[in-house]
Write a protein that binds this ligand. Structure first.
Ligand SMILES: [Zn+2]
Length: 507
């Protein structure tokens, strides 16, 4: 039990975290116990549960793709602003102008001018109204999901500031204080793509030597782009006048640069090298990822090579954290041999600190040993329940979350692509309750894990799962100093305060 009580006059915080709370035999239930009882009382009522879970502090969303976080309506609004067009085919896309060509209409004013097309575009740009089986000709959930990114991509160009604002807005509405989102700077994309015609020779050191002289300028350009985008997001959300920041302005963002695993090998290597350099050179870039459909023929053919590329670069940049999509596969999607090793190689070869999805774990060779290693080494798995349902058709008792939990592997709940899936993190918490049987205590542990296993820099607030570090055993100057030196602990302290407020009046 973590005793939490108010302290008057503490310089930084009113919180005291104590690991030595002793309950008297007839003590009144703690706020945490009252909140858990409230949760148990409403757990069968989805609407009440939704209300409860929305207000519940959730810490971080650690598996979030910036472009997949915006909703179709956001992209259509940016297309409207930017003078882009919408195609008039069955599955409309946002495309560049001019718009007076056959098969295209202006995005400007489309919602009013042609509501039917606007609505069809929302469906085409997301999973809305997607109903597998309703039409034999319809793309699979997997294909519809991944196809959306090309359909809305043009509207995201040059909209980094608005996209950051949107992701903060959704997080604040969801009681999420931190989002670790995958996003690549423009300069990184340009640099990596310049290697598209460079043949891949398998010489890691040579490939790194070819790109290394260009990395400092790329990092400098990326810094400028993100400085400007963050300032734009702050302006849009009125953050500059806020002291302290509240609502969307108080949402902390961390970025992960990423490689796209379906691209040519020389480009993937250049993306990875760039992502490592960014994570080393700009503290806002907290980690490195690798994305895109894992079942794509190129992803499958190059999987082992990609893990060795990451292993090589990780040795050059040993302090950089890795969250790797791995095991976003299931039986039937690929051959059984492809199901046997992806999570394991991400852990053992690449040295992943976290695994994204990990859905195929029960099909992997040596799964028990791998799970034991993940538990022992604190390699968390990012669970994306809706995404796994719509892309892989894996949900409920077929989902391996229970297996991970039984093995003691730390897990977090995350959104993956909340805009494409038209969900929020509250919905994922709700699914975890309804489909996976998680309790209030389980969810609270998951929320805490979302900061503990985040890539926010600095030491953790927690010395053990139930006790804070000695400096913060009580609030005061020592704890203030500790928090000032750790962005992670600062976020964790804030989460504890949010839990204190939530549990004081759970509804
Ligand atoms: Zn993902």
């Amino acid at each position: 039990m973590i005793g939490v009580k108010r302290l008057a006059g503490a310089a930084l915080s009113v919180l005291l975290l104590s690991g030595a709370a002793h309950a008297a035999p007839k003590a009144a239930p703690t706020p945490e116990a009252r909140t858990a009882a409230r949760f148990d009382a409403i757990v069968k009522d989805r609407a009440q549960l939704r209300l409860f879970l929305r207000a519940m502090p959730k810490g971080g969303d650690l598996h979030n793709h910036l472009s997949g976080a915006a909703y179709a309506e956001d992209f259509l609004a940016w297309a409207d602003e930017g003078g882009l067009c919408v195609t008039t085919d069955v599955l409309p896309s946002i495309v560049a102008g001019p718009c007076d060509a056959p098969g295209k209409v202006p995005a400007k004013g489309l919602a009013a001018a042609n509501t039917a097309l606007y609505n069809r575009a929302i469906n085409s740009l997301s999973m809305r109204s997607y109903n597998p089986g309703a039409d034999g000709a319809m793309a699979s959930g997997h294909d519809q999901f991944f196809a959306t990114f090309n359909r809305f991509g043009a509207a995201g160009d040059g909209k980094l500031g608005p996209m950051l604002a949107v992701v903060r807005d959704y997080a604040a509405g969801d009681t999420v204080g931190y989002v670790e989102t995958s996003v690549n700077p423009t300069a990184m994309g340009d640099l990596a793509w310049s290697f598209k015609d460079t043949p891949w020779t398998g010489d890691f050191a040579g490939a790194l030597a070819a790109i290394q002289p260009k990395l400092p300028a790329m990092v400098a350009q990326a810094r400028q782009e993100f400085d400007a985008a963050e300032a734009d997001a702050d302006r849009r959300q009125g953050c500059l006048a806020q002291k302290p920041r509240t609502g969307p302005c108080a949402v902390v963002l961390g970025y992960q640069g990423f490689a796209v695993r379906i691209l040519p090998r020389s480009v993937v290597f250049a993306q990875l090298a760039s992502a490592f350099a960014l994570a080393e050179g700009d503290p806002r870039f907290v980690g490195v990822n690798i994305v895109a459909p894992e079942d794509h023929p190129v992803s499958l053919a190059d999987y082992d090579l990609h893990m060795r590329m990451i292993q090589f670069l990780h040795a050059q940049y040993p302090n950089v954290k890795l969250s790797l999509h791995a095991g976003e596969l299931t039986l039937g999607l690929v051959t059984p041999r492809e199901l046997r090793f992806h999570v394991r190689e991400a852990v053992e070869t690449a040295g992943a600190n976290r695994i994204g999805h990990g859905v195929d774990i029960a099909y992997e060779d040596g799964a028990h040993d791998l799970l034991a290693r993940m538990a022992r080494d604190g390699i968390a798995v990012e669970i994306n329940l809706t995404s796994n349902d719509v892309i892989l058709g894996v949900k409920g008792a077929d989902h391996p979350l229970a297996l991970y939990r039984k093995a003691g592997v730390p897990f977090v709940l995350s959104t993956d692509d909340e805009g494409v899936s038209r969900i929020d993190l509250t919905n994922e918490y709700l699914r975890a309750v309804v489909e996976q049987g998680l309790t209030y205590a389980d969810l609270k542990a998951a929320a805490r894990a979302s900061l503990e296993y985040s890539f926010l820099p600095g030491p953790s607030l927690w010395a053990s799962p139930r006790a804070p570090v000695a400096a913060c055993a009580k609030a005061g100057p020592a704890c203030d100093t500790f928090l000032a030196g750790s962005r992670k602990a600062t976020a964790q302290w804030r989460l504890e305060r949010e839990f204190q407020a939530f549990e004081a009046s759970p509804r």
